[in-house]
Design a protein around this ligand. Structure first.
Ligand code: SF4
Length: 275
């Protein structure tokens, strides 16, 4: 059983992820969950699929390697805001450009929980923690705008306190062909005393209930992502169809790399070229 603090938003994400996986018609052995380091990054240990618990900020490159080796697998990357939007920020941005077919869930609790409550890249300005006792001076990273500007072809947000909505977003992210980014607002009940369940519940509005909202319009999506202190949108912000990275590699048309016959690869010749 997970040993997260009682009430942690990771429980909601765990439930929603299991629900989505059990509802989709994809064999368990086809999933690989790749995580970084953080409280929620322990997720692969508690879901009966294949999984890799990788390094801090590095789930994106590890997942990219798995994907390039076998692009027929269903890959879910999972990690926190400090992991993905801070330490792994460079990897995050380059992942977006490539448009691999995978889902990246970012557990955004606006704090470093595992290391006992330091300010993270998404902590609100003025937020007080043990690392910023006088309050954060910087402007927080806006994950939705960053993902859209970086080239993600599916950008959504959900809330760990709404398992039905979250499970639906995870399902749609898995079904999307291309890189799907799902930012999940996840209360850290132990260290973040500002962004609580109640704080989110008072502000959250669903984009799908906004009259006329069109997720194919990039400019509207960027504008919707500006809302924060008084009103926060969850749902599908932006979606477009674009060829995936592997679509552009004719060598992968028939078989994934891992299934291709190695006898036909001129290993000696390749090695000679490198000598
Ligand atoms: Fe969850 Fe925060 Fe506890 Fe970590 S420290 S398990 S994020 S409540």
């Amino acid at each position: 059983m997970p040993h997260w603090c009682p009430g942690c938003g990771d429980f909601g994400i765990w439930m929603a992820l299991k629900q989505a996986i059990s509802q989709l018609d994809i064999p368990r052995e086809n999933y690989v969950i790749v995580s970084g380091i953080g409280c929620g990054s322990k997720m692969p240990h508690w879901i009966k699929t294949y999984g890799i618990h990788s390094l801090h900020g590095r789930p994106a490159p590890v997942a990219s390697g798995v994907h390039l080796a076998n692009h027929k697998l269903t890959i879910i990357v999972i990690g926190g805001d400090g992991d993905g939007y801070g330490i792994g920020m460079g990897h995050f941005v380059h992942l977006l450009r490539r448009n691999y077919n995978l889902l990246y869930i970012l557990q955004n609790n606006q704090v470093y929980g595992l290391t006992t409550g330091q300010t993270s890249p998404t902590s609100d300005s003025g937020y007080c923690s043990i690392s910023t006792p006088e309050g954060v001076l910087e402007t927080p990273v806006n994950p939705i705008q960053l993902a859209i500007a970086g080239g993600a072809t599916f950008v959504a947000r959900s809330f760990a306190g709404d398992i039905k909505h979250l499970s639906d977003m995870i399902t749609r992210g898995i079904q999307h062909k291309g890189t799907a980014i799902l930012d999940v607002l996840q209360p850290c009940v132990t260290f973040n005393k500002k962004n609580t369940y109640q704080w989110y519940q008072q502000r959250i509005h669903k984009l799908e209930e906004e009259p006329g909202y069109d997720p194919s319009n990039k400019l509207t999506a960027l504008e919707a992502a500006l809302a924060w202190e008084d009103r926060i949108h969850i749902g599908l912000y932006f979606k477009e169809e674009r060829p995936t990275y592997e679509d552009r590699l004719p060598q992968l048309n028939d078989l994934p790399l891992v299934k291709q016959p190695i006898e036909e690869v001129p290993v000696e010749e390749l090695l000679n070229r490198l000598r």
